[in-house]
Design a protein around this ligand. Structure first.
Ligand code: NAD
Length: 368
């Protein structure tokens, strides 16, 4: 059987720096766990614009469609702010998400015990937190028509349309229920069925899918505004939260910050199953290209490393190895290794990007 394939698009700014640490980990899995990947590399974002005049070439797009998973670093930077909207670095990422039809965006919010003091919430509220927000990513108000700014009488009117089809809701609901079965077996669906028809349909379809296919999973419903409050009050009540594109954008950012640093947050975007049964998938850290620290060896590679752990779990059926990698990151943090973003104390010398990567490799070695 051929090895699973992985396309690496390191991108811009700190993207290549954090990805270099993931490459070491991929090599480790080949050497020490006999887990080989066919790794190819490509350009995305500003790096692709510099080389080809476009943030994503057709060849790279095609390569992304034909691998088992794509791992992306980050795109963007001030150098590209002057570019026309159509060739801005972010357009490369948006094209990947759109053409791969990655409708289910998984954003875990997990609080490692060693970092519980870093949250703006009390330690007992966040210590041990492990929730997953599933955000619908390809429809809803960011894409609905009509949209635009029109003249009406003597003033301008801004218009966006929230629109969901049953099938769009059903597929992201299934994705959330499937995930819940592999975790705490609980789904909370969030919408605004009290004031929005699209919310009423959302609640109906999630309930129908639950009754027909996933009655073994515990399902609850919550209005998204109440959900935002509950996320800050007692986030540990949740396991999987499924919600639409707009509410998911807000709720996942809020949940992310429960856990402390942007440098720790991975994500996955999944699409429909391919011929081999694996979902189309793109894994990336939540953070951007961090131009303020790019090239200085200060970036925390954990978000990118944990994104690779998600790839092991969701694309490569390597749940045990994903657990091993996550445990290695947890051990390194418990041992006190900290990049600058995880330090409040100016008197302590921070670990560099490669120090952190090497510490994770050492923890992986120790796990054998
Ligand atoms: P950012 O996430 O790049 O940085 C925000 C802050 O967090 C900065 O102070 C940065 O130094 C810090 N930070 C981020 N990641 C870190 C890490 N791994 N380790 C340590 N510190 C880290 O967001 P921004 O500054 O708003 O955007 C910078 C550029 O990135 C922009 O061009 C933006 O469009 C782009 N961006 C890209 C993505 C993506 O590729 N998915 C996401 C967000 C922003």
């Amino acid at each position: 059987m051929s090895n699973p394939s992985l396309l690496i698009l390191a991108g811009d700014g700190i993207g290549p720096e954090v990805m270099a640490e993931v490459q070491k980990i991929i090599t480790w899995y080949g050497d020490k766990r006999d887990l080989q990947f066919d790794v190819s590399e490509g350009l995305v974002g500003g790096a692709s614009y510099d080389a080809h005049g476009t943030p994503l070439t057709d060849e790279t797009m095609e390569a992304a469609q034909n691998v088992d998973a794509v791992l992306l670093g980050a795109v963007g930077g001030p150098k590209y702010d002057v570019l026309d909207f159509s060739v801005k670095p972010e357009r490369g990422l948006l094209r990947l998400r759109k053409e791969m039809d990655l409708f289910s965006n998984l954003r875990p919010a997990q609080c490692f015990d060693a970092l519980a003091d870093f949250s703006s919430l009390k330690k007992d509220v966040v210590a041990g937190l492990d929730i997953m927000i599933v955000r619908e990513l390809t429809s809803g108000i960011y894409f609905g028509e009509p949209r635009g700014i029109i003249e009406e009488g003597n003033e301008r009117v801004g218009i966006n349309t929230q629109r969901y089809t049953e099938s769009e809701i059903a597929r992201v609901a299934r994705s959330a229920f499937e995930l819940a079965r592999k975790r705490g077996n609980k789904v909370c669906s969030m919408e605004k069925a009290n004031v929005m028809e699209s919310g009423i349909l959302w609640r109906d379809v999630v309930t129908e899918i639950h009754e027909a296919e996933y009655s073994d999973v515990e399902l609850s419903h919550m209005y998204a505004d109440a959900g935002a409050m509950q996320l800050c009050r007692w986030p540990k009540q949740f396991d999987v939260i499924v919600t639409d594109n707009l509410f998911g954008d807000l709720l996942s950012d809020a949940a992310a910050m429960l856990t402390g640093s942007l440098g720790m947050l991975p994500s996955a975007s999944l699409g429909a199953p391919m011929a081999n049964g694996r979902p189309k998938a793109l894994y990336e850290p939540v953070h951007g290209s961090a131009p303020d620290i790019a090239g200085e060896g200060k970036a925390n590679p954990c978000a990118c490393i944990l994104s690779f752990a998600m790839a092991l779990r969701y694309s490569f059926d390597q749940g045990t190895e994903a657990d091993r990698l996550e445990a290695a990151v947890e051990k390194v943090l418990a041992d006190g290794v900290r990049t600058a973003d995880l330090l409040n104390d100016e008197g302590v010398t921070p670990a560099s990007t490669s120090d952190m990567g090497n510490a994770v490799i050492a923890a992986l070695d120790a796990s054998l």
